[in-house]
Design a protein around this ligand. Structure first.
Ligand code: ADP
Length: 242
């Protein structure tokens, strides 16, 4: 997936000022940065949950211009990506399994039987097969997020976009979700992760991107970015975490 020159403004506030990002198949990219730098907005633009004002996006060989993208193209590109949300975004009145089946049936047009088969597979992958018929309110935050991740995995997307997936969790539940994300990363799934989990970013990323003020300030390998940052803004940000 490649995004080029992504711009987004909310009224007078230009939140993204020309952001570029390339993630190769199988790579994990973590996006770091202070709150308010535009990280979430950028991910949402990649999934068309926000409409970017300018720039282009290529996923799996299909390129669209944000300014002139058609509804049909949005549907087609969106089917190739999946998003994991900070607040899980599960339907409260659907079971864990149904939450996974719904996008398979609605967006991917699988039959109910095939959707159920796939849901069972991914529930097993996130070790929650025994919670298939539970409602979100009957699950811990960590389990709900693992369902959110299973729902993303189920559609076998080109890339999974994670928007601060552990930031709403109680500290004791963060580990299980990060462990699952590590497993998924190892299995070769392409991931773009907005996170404040520095250790995770250091251990798991192929590339770390530091954003501030709506621009990519610096990017590089975890070693380069964490141990030898070049930009003063990167250094200042990292020093707050050590
Ligand atoms: P980050 O994820 O880095 O914390 P965000 O993308 O959430 O940053 O926010 C970047 C800026 O965009 C903030 O100033 C925020 O107030 C603004 N913003 C985000 N969403 C909206 C919106 N829907 N309407 C107006 N302003 C928004």
């Amino acid at each position: 997936m490649t995004a080029k020159n992504v711009h987004k403004r909310f009224g007078a506030n230009e939140v993204l000022k020309g952001v570029d990002l390339t993630v190769e198949p199988g790579q994990v990219i973590c996006i770091l940065g202070p709150s308010g730098s535009g990280k979430t907005t950028f991910l949402r633009c990649l999934n068309f949950l926000e409409s970017a004002d300018e720039g282009e996006l290529t996923v799996d060989g299909q390129t669209v211009e944000f300014k002139s993208v058609k509804k049909k193209e949005i549907l087609s590109v969106r089917r190739k990506t999946a998003m994991v949300f900070q607040n899980y975004a599960l339907f409260a009145n659907k079971t864990a399994k149904e939450n996974i089946m719904l996008p398979l049936m609605l967006a991917q047009k699988l039959s109910k039987v095939d959707a159920e088969k796939r849901a069972v597979e991914v529930l097993d992958k996130v070790s929650l097969l025994n919670r298939a018929d539970f409602y979100p309110s009957q699950l811990s935050g960590g389990q709900q997020q693992r369902i959110g991740i299973a729902r993303a995995l189920a559609i076998n997307p080109d890339v999974i976009l994670f928007d601060e997936p552990t930031s709403a969790l109680d500290p004791e539940l963060v580990g299980q979700v990060l462990a699952l994300m590590k497993d998924i990363a190892k299995s070769g799934v392409t991931m773009v992760v907005v996170t404040h989990e520095m250790q995770f970013a250091y251990e798991v990323s192929d590339k770390v991107v530091f954003m501030e003020g709506g621009v990519v300030v610096e990017q590089g390998t975890p070693d380069a970015l964490f141990n030898h940052p070049k930009e003063s803004r990167t250094k200042a940000f990292l020093s707050r975490y050590t």
